[in-house]
Each structure stands twice: as structure tokens, then as C-alpha cells.
Design a protein around this ligand. Structure first.
Ligand SMILES: Cc1cc2nc3c(=O)[nH]c(=O)nc-3n(C[C@H](O)[C@H](O)[C@H](O)COP(=O)(O)OP(=O)(O)OC[C@H]3O[C@@H](n4cnc5c(N)ncnc54)[C@H](O)[C@@H]3O)c2cc1C
Length: 338
């Protein structure tokens, strides 16, 4: 098993098998003002027992975050606490059978339980985004929680995937809704991690893919979203979740030019554990709010997550040299500063 752990990259991308075993790593990060969110790496569970178990583990992370500044956030993946097919069916506007309705109610209750616990623990609960074809169903369960819990401060934050062509429209609609109903909108802005899956599904169904045709188009959308988010930072909350140096520089410059403190409480930066550490540390040193997404869980369950990270890392090979140089620079800087 130890050999397998090394082989899969488990140690690079996961901090431990359970909440307790992550503590030594997350405490070390917190010494450098790089905070953590414990991300239970268990995707696409398939039974009510799994969903209850996963929700219980997320509750455990919320409990660990209570009164512990190392963990300002908690996170949940919708597919870890509810039936994928039901999100899809509800999102498509189909009617549920009586037994499906019971399952849907249980899904709703898991979200409600997590949001209530996050509110009580004064932790922000982030809802990850997954495949586009379940998002409408997920929204049916999550959007009401924003109205209920984000009255005067942020408790629940959504994820917006900017590789999807329509997401800036959706973002603007959400901002309008938040202003009309008087809640704080919290968004985690990401490009999106399911591109190949989105494209092959669209090809199989002979529909046009919802994902931007080119990386440049995704980049333009991401920058537009950053611009929208920065303009409303006085009322709303944004997590800049990217490893893209040029976007991060853009946000830092924006703050500088507009006299916004980089450590504004409504602005957080986040990178994945094991990726682009020099970006996270350098942001923290400049006074920005930063956290790492720290996956944990048994190896067998973490495999889909590890596969996505491995694919992503191989797609970013060109940046490896740059990363080595930045790490070298950071080490030299630390040597000089003692
Ligand atoms: C803290 C954090 C939380 C995250 N949470 C989520 C989440 O909830 N849901 C989720 O889906 N992802 C999530 N991600 C992953 C994220 O969506 C990206 O896959 C990953 O961060 C790489 O994008 P980048 O902006 O860091 O880097 P970049 O290297 O600038 O961008 C790579 C991304 O660009 C897009 N892209 C690449 N090639 C093309 C192309 N040919 N056409 C169109 N677009 C292209 C893809 O989205 C690819 O992942 C998260 C990432 C972080 C850092």
C-alpha cells in the first residue's frame, strides 16, 4: 500500500487519511498565514449510506474548523452527498416519483444540516461545482441557502466555472438577485476541471459543448468574472481560486490601483495543496488572505481526484520550469532573511 501511495501521487496531493492526521501539515501552513480547507476526496458516491457518511465527515471538518483559525472554510461536493441522477433529473425539470421525492428531501436535509453547522461554527461552507449537467439541480438545493444564511455575512459560497460559456451571465444574475433579496453573494471563481468529460458528453449527445472553444476564450471569461467580482467587493465575497499567475497579478494590481487592501476580508486567494505553493506563500507574505484546498481521505477513495490532478499537472508541464525557478528564488529569499 505504501508503494501504491507513492506511485499515485497521493502524498503530493493529499494531506492525510482523516481529519486528525492532516493537522500537523495544516498547522505548519498556518504558521506562514497560509490557511486550509479540508476537502474530503470522495467523489461520486452511489448510495444513501455513502452520502450520509460523507456528510458526517464534512460535519467533522466543520467541527475541526470551529475556533481554529487554520481552517476558515469547509467544502462539500454535491455528488458526495446526493444522487447524481437526481440532480440531473430535477435540473431538467422532470417530475420525481414518490420514492425519488423522499431521496431528494434527504439530499436537501444534508445541505441544510451542513449550512446550519457552518453558520453555527462561523465557517464559510463552499459548494464545489462539478459536471455542468447537474448544476441546475444543485442550484435548486443551494440557492435557497444563500437567501437563508447569507443575510448579513457570508456562510455559503458557490462555485462558478468560467470555462462554461454562459457563466458570466449567471454570475451577473446572481449578483442582481443578491442585491434584490439583500443577501451576501459568495463565489469561488474557477476555470473548471471537467473539460474532457464535458466535451465527450456533448459529442456523444451531438449537442454543442458548453465549454469555451479555446483556452483564450476561457481566460477572457475568467478575467471578466474577476472584474465583476472586484467591483462589488464592498458588498460581496470572492475567492480567486486559480494557479494562473497572470490573473493573480491582475487582482493584486487592481487592489493597488483602487486602494483596496490586499487583505480585504471579502477577498481570498486559493490554490490546491501540492500545486503552485510559491504563489500561495508569496500572496500570504504580501498580506493577502490565502488558503489551500487540502484533500484527505483513504487512497482508494481519492483515486478520481488524483487522476484529475495528474491530468492537470501534465497539461501544465510547460510551467514546471517556471515553478522550479520560483521555488529556488523563494528558498534563496528565506536563506537571506534567516
Ligand atoms: C482552490 C481551488 C478550488 C477549485 N474548485 C473547483 C471546483 O469546485 N470545480 C471545478 O470544476 N474546478 C475546481 N478547481 C479546478 C479549476 O477549475 C481548474 O481546473 C484548475 O485550477 C486549473 O485552472 P487554473 O485557473 O488554475 O490554471 P490555468 O492553467 O490558467 O487554466 C487551466 C484551465 O483552463 C481551462 N482550459 C484549458 N484548456 C482549454 C481549452 N482548450 N479550451 C477551453 N478551456 C480550457 C480548463 O478549465 C483548465 O483546467 C479548483 C481549483 C482551485 C485552485
Amino acid at each position: 500500500m505504501k508503494h501504491l501511495i507513492g506511485f499515485t501521487g497521493y502524498e503530493q496531493f493529499c494531506a492525510g487519511q482523516d481529519v486528525t492526521s492532516c493537522a500537523s501539515m495544516t498547522e505548519k501552513l498556518a504558521q506562514y498565514k497560509v490557511y486550509s480547507v479540508l476537502d474530503y476526496a470522495n467523489e461520486h458516491a452511489t448510495s444513501a449510506i455513502d452520502y450520509d457518511h460523507n456528510a458526517a465527515v464534512v460535519l467533522e471538518t466543520i467541527e475541526a474548523a470551529k475556533n481554529n483559525s487554520a481552517y476558515p472554510f469547509a467544502v462539500v461536493k454535491p455528488s458526495a452527498i446526493g444522487f447524481f441522477k437526481l440532480y440531473q433529473k430535477m435540473g431538467a425539470g422532470h417530475k420525481l416519483t414518490t420514492s425519488e421525492q423522499l431521496i431528494w428531501t434527504a439530499m436537501q436535509q444534508r445541505f441544510e444540516q451542513l449550512a446550519a453547522a457552518a453558520a453555527q461554527a462561523a465557517v464559510v461552507l463552499m459548494i464545489d461545482a462539478e459536471e455542468s449537467w447537474i448544476q441546475d439541480g444543485v442550484d435548486l438545493l443551494v440557492l435557497p441557502l444563500l437567501v437563508k444564511y447569507n443575510c448579513d455575512k457570508i456562510v455559503v459560497a458557490l462555485t462558478i466555472q468560467l470555462y462554461l460559456k454562459d457563466r458570466n451571465l449567471v454570475f451577473k444574475r446572481l449578483l442582481k438577485d443578491a442585491d434584490e433579496k439583500g443577501y451576501v453573494l459568495g463565489v469561488k471563481l474557477v476555470r473548471g476541471a471537467y473539460m474532457e468529460k464535458e466535451r465527450s458528453r456533448a459529442a456523444a449527445l451531438k449537442i454543442s459543448a458548453p465549454v469555451c472553444e479555446t483556452k483564450d476564450a476561457t481566460d477572457v471569461q475568467y478575467r471578466d468574472a474577476l472584474q465583476n467580482a472586484m467591483q462589488v467587493l464592498n458588498r460581496h465575497f470572492c475567492i480567486v481560486a486559480t494557479h494562473n499567475q497572470s490573473d493573480i497579478n491582475w487582482v493584486v494590481d487592481y487592489c493597488f490601483k483602487n486602494n483596496i487592501p490586499l487583505g480585504n476580508a471579502n477577498l481570498w486567494f486559493s490554490q490546491l495543496y501540492g500545486m503552485r505553493d510559491y504563489i500561495s506563500f508569496s500572496l500570504a507574505e504580501q498580506g493577502a488572505n490565502v488558503f489551500k484546498y487540502v484533500p484527505f481521505g483513504p487512497l482508494e477513495q481519492a483515486v478520481p481526484y488524483l487522476i484529475r490532478r495528474a491530468l492537470e499537472n501534465s497539461a501544465m508541464k510547460s510551467q514546471t520550469l517556471q515553478e522550479c525557478m520560483m521555488l529556488k528564488k523563494e528558498l534563496q529569499r528565506r536563506k537571506i532573511n534567516g
